[in-house]
Design a protein around this ligand. Structure first.
Ligand code: TEU
Ligand code: CA
Length: 563
């Protein structure tokens, strides 16, 4: 598959290495551990593996704070381990996408260490340094994980900008030397043979000059500066330059992680004619069930509207990425499905059906394929994520009651996605740590590993795993799933998400998903008649023998028919 747009018909599997598989029993997932599981991923049908950061890092934000872009994190292994992984992947025709985190570096990166040394240091302008006014930071922007976006440095008496934690200073992309250094790093990995990049918060790289003050939020201590650092004035120019100087010379795939990017931005980023990126991750659908720490119920009609807007809006103009999960989001079966028995398996399959028949490149996040759920640690001390622990600190200071804090953490903490992959029902760590008995994993295993685990899934022909495998296989076999036109059906229905895919040859698929626990019946005689005469059931999460009326839905029922 050397075709230029090979990523159109590929399925991506995301690995968060720290939690994937620990090969040497130190409680931390590692690169040899990934190599050992490649056959498992191949069996699932993945074409591409996206690896969350594996570079040298002090791990303030689990590798999203990079100290050296050309070294492997010691805990994960060596460069030799990486080369073996890449070689073993190529043998299996698996592509590798690396995480490129270049909106910011670690404050322990040599560039920042130099930059701190003095106002005239040659690296000073690699970052955003500002004098501040009357002993205050240049503005009151709130950082993404709480606190101010500015940290004071005593040596030169100036502040540096960080849109995330103070351990993650933002690079100054207006400095051409910064851009050249980034391109060098990219070429170095591409020349090694990697197949592309997932670019961390890449739409944050351009800041509005002068760092204008935002509107006050919350208790008035901070402002929202996002409109001055998200989708900023030079972001497209920089990406076009990156394409020209680096990307166009390789046959690779790129996906930009873009919080706060909407349809129009997505078109700009992913339109092939503009030569920027292949696709982006939007956050629009992830933001539909409340604020980060103020969860509320999902309104299905709003989710349907989101997908319809993006499916139609990017059709033949750009390209969609399709995802329910990643290392920053709670587990989808707990979030918009139902993780209590008897509905966990059926609702996980329903969600998979809904996503995998859409137009775009689907992403599967580790553990999703076996229906891993959110975790509820009893103590905050068991949580590791910096966003979660910062939230806790701020919420306690604001006097929020502990049970409200824990409820928010249970619903939304990023650690929900970061508990170790449950490989087996084996004590004590669900098969995550090879040989470790007395060493605890860096974060606790979800206690439900005793019944939710890979070993169980592989031994059960009805498992979520084999359902995903079938979805991936269908996509491989049916170009209409990759390229067909999308239309919504029964748009107003509040429980059923139903859509059609069609192509110029008159081929047509209908996909329907009941997002609720209730049985639902749709009144539509004409459609019901047509469905009765369907050509083929492609997949369903229920036994469909002798089905009378396709529009009579059981709890969380999902099916896809060729009509
Ligand atoms: O995430 C970007 C981002 O916007 C996150 O703040 C996200 O909204 C949040 O985690 C949801 O809880 C990327 C990475 O995926 C994340 O892991 C990093 O912490 C962050 O950038 C900084 O590099
Ligand atoms: Ca290890």
């Amino acid at each position: 598959k050397s075709h230029k747009d090979w990523w159109h018909h590929s399925v991506v599997y995301q690995i968060y290495p720290r939690s994937f598989y620990d090969s040497n029993g130190d409680g931390i997932g590692d690169i040899p551990g990934i190599t050992m599981k490649l056959d498992y991923l191949k069996k699932l049908g993945a074409d591409i593996i996206w690896l969350s950061p594996i570079y040298d890092s002090p791990n303030y934000d689990n590798g999203y704070d990079i100290r050296d872009y050309q070294r492997i994190m010691t805990e994960f292994g060596t460069m030799e381990d990486f080369d073996i992984l890449l070689r073993e992947m190529k043998k299996r025709e698996l592509k590798l996408v690396m995480d490129l985190v270049v909106n910011h570096t670690s404050d322990e990166h040599p560039w920042f260490i130099e930059s701190k040394k003095g106002k005239n240091n040659p690296y000073r302008d690699f970052y955003h340094w500002q004098p501040g006014t009357d002993g205050h930071p240049p503005n009151k922007w709130r950082a993404c994980f709480g606190g101010s976006c500015w940290t004071y440095d005593i040596l030169t008496g100036e502040y540096y900008l960080h849109t995330f934690t103070e351990k993650q200073p933002d690079l100054n992309w207006e400095n051409p030397r910064v851009r050249e250094e980034v391109y060098k790093i990219m070429r170095w990995w591409l020349d090694k043979g990697v197949d592309g990049f997932r670019m961390d918060v890449i739409n944050f790289i351009s800041k509005v000059p002068g760092y204008p003050e935002g509107n006050f939020i919350g208790d008035g201590q901070y402002t929202d500066g996002s409109k001055y650092f998200i989708n900023g004035p030079t972001v497209h120019q920089h990406l076009q330059e990156m394409h020209e100087k680096v990307l166009q010379h390789y046959n690779v795939v790129t996906v930009g992680e873009c919080p706060g990017a909407h349809l129009k931005d997505a078109e700009l980023f992913s339109s092939p004619a503009r030569k920027e990126l292949n696709m982006i991750f939007t956050f629009e659908h992830m933001d539909l069930d409340g604020g980060k720490w103020t969860p509320k119920l999902l309104n299905l009609r709003v989710l349907k509207r989101f997908f319809t807007t993006w499916q139609q809006g990017l059709y033949k103009k750009g390209w969609n990425s399709l995802y329910w999960n990643n290392h920053d989001q709670p587990r989808i079966v707990s979030r918009w499905g139902n993780d209590s028995e008897p509905y966990r398996v059926i609702s996980a399959k329903m969600l998979a059906t809904c996503l995998h028949f859409l137009c775009g490149t689907p992403y599967i996040y580790q553990g999703e394929e076996i229906g891993m759920t959110n975790v509820r640690f009893s103590s905050l001390a068991d949580y590791r994520d910096i966003e979660t622990t910062n939230f806790h600190r701020d919420a306690v200071n604001q006097g929020l009651p502990l049970d409200a804090i824990m409820a928010a953490v249970y619903a939304k903490s990023r650690d929900n996605a970061r508990t170790p992959v449950q490989w087996s029902g084996q004590l004590p760590h669900g098969g995550f740590s090879e040989g470790a008995v007395d060493v605890s994993p860096w974060i606790g295993v979800n206690p439900n590993y005793t019944h939710i685990n890979v070993e169980q899934a592989l031994s059960d022909p009805q498992s979520i795993f084999y359902y995903y495998q079938k979805l991936v296989e269908l996509r491989r076999q049916m170009p209409i799933i990759v390229h067909g036109k999308y239309d919504i059906l029964h748009e107003e229905n509040t429980h059923i998400f139903m859509y059609k895919r069609s192509n110029e040859n008159g081929q047509e698929l209908i996909v329907a998903c009941n997002f609720s626990q209730q049985p639902i019946k749709i009144d539509d005689n004409q459609l019901s008649q047509r469905l009765r005469n369907h050509k083929q059931v492609l997949i369903s999460n229920y036994e469909q023998e002798g089905k009378e009326d396709w529009l009579d839905f059981r709890p969380y029922e999902a099916w896809a028919l060729e009509t």
